[in-house]
Design a protein around this ligand. Structure first.
Ligand code: ZN
Ligand code: ZN
Ligand code: ZN
Length: 300
């Protein structure tokens, strides 16, 4: 059981403004928060958020994989499995509802669709607001049953619990745990929603792959789609995405940019090491076959 998640849950479930709050400041610095919130941006689906979490888990496992429990508030949160399993062959993926996940454990938990709305998490149809008013007029006790369920879902993870939400439908639970009280437990990646759709085929998602020592972002529809994007050379995580003027890292927290190759118009100029020192070269350069040989002096 993850000690940190247990502490978080105790705080979350016992939340009561009347209670004297434990001093979180005394807590020793924690290397990595046990909870990661991934916020899908408008225009992106929850599946993109899920894929971002899976990308991150796959990378962490370094090819060794791990057990991943996907948890939904409802049965209908069960994701589309047709391409997921093929995209993440090293991960052991299973889906359960929060209710049925009680007692289960996995290396990682991903709580899907932590959003607002009738079929959100917390569910806005289960709790009876009138009953809640009778029980307590304190907002901290609203959604008591949903809070317990959320606690169950989050604590299924031995390592990290990922919570997938959407920027236009953020769950009140997410807003709450992104507050200063929980900052030691929670990291929020509003940055990327790195599960980026392949611009070539439009149907696949970019997945980090390795060929020898070289990492790159390939399409989940490979071998049907052979699209390749560069990994950001600064943060080593983001995807370098081309727009009209330059390549930009998909992680807004990073924001690295690189020029488009003026010769082929497709490749990205990167710093390479040459016999006479570093220079700028095109990523479309290949040792044989058709390639772009454009080079440029490094501007001082
Ligand atoms: Zn593609
Ligand atoms: Zn970057
Ligand atoms: Zn070029």
């Amino acid at each position: 059981f993850n000690r940190e998640l247990l502490d978080f849950s105790t705080e979350f479930i016992l939340k009561n403004p009347m209670q004297i709050r434990k001093s979180l400041d005394a807590r020793v610095a924690i290397k990595e928060p046990a909870i990661r919130v991934i916020t899908a941006r408008s225009g992106e689906s929850g599946e993109a958020g899920l894929r971002e979490a899976l990308n991150s888990i796959q990378e962490r496992g370094n090819g060794h994989g791990g057990d991943v429990l996907l948890i939904g508030r409802y049965r209908h949160n069960n994701p589309d499995w047709s391409s997921l399993r093929a995209s993440y062959p090293t991960l052991n993926l299973n889906f359960m509802t929060a209710h049925s996940s009680k007692g289960r454990e996995a290396d990682y938990a991903i709580v899907l669709d932590v959003i607002s709305g009738k079929y959100g998490f917390p569910s806005e149809i289960v709790d009876d607001p009138i009953l809640n008013l009778v029980l307590s007029n304190d907002s901290a006790f609203l959604n008591a049953e949903e809070r317990r369920l959320f606690y169950v879902a989050v604590t299924r993870a031995k390592n990290i619990a990922f919570l997938i939400t959407h920027e236009t439908k953020k769950s009140s639970f997410i807003e709450e745990i992104e507050g200063p009280e929980y900052e030691h437990f929670v990291s929020s990646d509003k940055m990327s929603c790195g599960a980026i759709r392949c611009s070539k085929c439009g149907g696949g998602f970019l997945i980090k792959r390795k060929a020898g020592s070289r990492s790159f972002w390939g399409c989940s529809n490979y071998p049907y789609c052979d699209a390749i994007s560069e990994v950001c050379f600064t943060c080593k995580e983001g995807v370098m995405i081309k727009n009209n003027r330059a390549f930009i890292c998909s992680r807004t927290a990073c924001g690295e940019t690189a020029p488009i190759c003026p010769r082929c118009g497709q490749g990205m100029l990167i710093v390479k090491d040459g016999k006479y020192g570093p220079f700028l070269g095109c990523t479309n350069w290949r040792s044989k076959g058709a390639s772009c040989k454009y080079t440029q002096k490094l501007s001082k």
